[in-house]
Ligand binder design. Structure first.
Ligand code: ADP
Ligand code: MG
Length: 387
């Protein structure tokens, strides 16, 4: 794989670079977060390219327009237009929006005749059916707009769409600065993590995390499994409770995962909450004794991974467990990786300050879980096999 950072001394004056990012954020995300992590994290690569005199064409998808029936709603809700203002403000430079009303030839000309250092933002790629289908013709059309392709959309690397795996077949391709950072940090957990390694898993579905659990519990080359313990909360813990036939009332869990959960419970490394915060017939958070126990374990860890809230964080009353976990990680000296949309929404601002590379907040959720499950991510593979 080629890294963009290796072009540090290269002049890219007037070269057109297609930059795939993941701006898959809702209007609500944009309202709630001052500068969303995904936008902030895309800036270094954009600035790097501009600094070399390149023209940057930013590509992203947003939401799932196909699943909305009202066509007028689709363009309004899923357009990338709001990002023009946000990006221009952050980059202190105007950003040109390109909608898909124009044909590709016209778009190509507009980009070609623009001055060096121009930034374009192309409309939501999912307005084209070819994106999700990884249509080769669509990929070729996109590729025809530029000279280089840069993937900085780690959070979307598990999806084999035209802009992720199609374009690299036609253009010299590079991993952007964010993708490089994500891979370097996550690979620290995969390769010889300092032990004790503690993985904390919560959130809605155990099925999303099963790959990570299995990958870290398995014995590697005759050595004991890499993880020391897996602390559970949220729907993940509830499913383990159900597998133990404990009463969970109307709590969130996954029935079809019970047989798998039963098998996993044979491992002593899976730690379940010892008390819970309950409302009505629902378990909505880990309880105070569990918090204490988990915090003690986190204190001793030298590597930590966290994905998935410990409870129903949308209600402050049930965000206590997750808040306590975030504080404990912040205080710890362990190398820590935290990911997942909802999980990072609960983090205190201090977690986003550079902590001498000790704490890494990933822009990814699903892609991070697949990476940690040891799966090959199509977006990364496409860079490995590219020109
Ligand atoms: P992330 O986005 O960080 O990857 P998930 O999407 O897996 O996390 O799960 C987050 C969701 O799980 C949150 O909306 C949260 O309310 C919910 N959740 C966690 N624990 C519970 C619980 N005990 N009961 C109901 N919902 C829960
Ligand atoms: Mg989520």
């Amino acid at each position: 794989m080629k890294y963009l950072s290796s072009l540090k001394n290269k002049n890219l004056s007037n070269q057109i670079c297609l930059l795939r990012v993941d701006f898959n954020l809702t209007d609500d995300d944009l309202r709630k977060q001052k500068i969303p992590l995904r936008i902030k994290s895309a800036l270094p690569t954009i600035k790097f390219l501009l600094g070399k005199g390149a023209k940057v064409v930013i590509l992203s998808h947003r939401g799932r327009p196909k699943e909305t029936s009202d066509k007028r709603q689709v363009t309004r809700v899923y357009t990338l237009k709001p990002f023009v203002k946000i990006l221009s403000k952050l980059l202190k430079k105007s950003v040109q929006f390109i909608d898909f009303k124009k044909d590709f030839k016209t778009i190509k000309t507009i980009i070609k005749i623009s001055p060096r250092g121009t930034i374009f933002l192309l409309e939501n790629l999912r307005f084209f059916p070819g994106e999700d289908k990884n249509d080769q013709k669509f990929a070729r059309k996109l590729a025809s707009l530029g000279k280089f392709y840069i993937n900085d959309a780690f959070a979307f690397s598990h999806r084999p769409t035209a802009s992720m795996v199609g374009i690299p077949k036609f253009l010299a391709s590079y991993a952007g600065l964010l993708l490089e950072k994500e891979i370097k940090n996550l690979s620290k957990v995969m390769q010889k993590p300092k032990r004790p390694l503690v993985i904390i898993l919560g959130g809605a579905k155990i099925s999303d995390k099963i790959g990570v659990i299995k990958n870290f519990l398995k014995n590697v080359n005759g050595h004991k499994s890499r993880v020391n313990c897996i602390l559970t909360g949220g729907g993940v813990a509830n499913t383990f409770f159900a597998a133990q036939r404990l009463p969970i009332g109307k709590s969130l869990y996954e029935k079809q995962m019970i047989p798998t959960a039963k098998l996993l419970l044979r491992s002593r490394k899976i730690i379940l909450p010892i008390d819970s915060a309950i409302q009505g017939k629902k378990i909505l958070d880990i309880g105070p004794k569990t918090i204490k126990r988990y915090v003690e374990i986190i204190k001793k860890a030298r590597t930590i991974v966290w994905n998935g809230p410990m409870g129903y964080i949308e209600s402050p009353k049930f965000a206590r467990g997750s808040k306590a976990i975030s504080q404990a990680i912040l205080k710890s000296q362990a190398f820590s990786v935290i990911g997942g949309g909802e999980t990072i929404s609960i983090l205190p601002a201090a977690c986003f300050k550079p902590h001498a590379s000790r704490l890494f907040v990933s822009t990814a959720g699903g892609a991070m879980l697949e990476y940690l499950a040891g799966k090959k991510l199509p977006g990364i593979e496409a860079l490995n096999t590219s020109l």
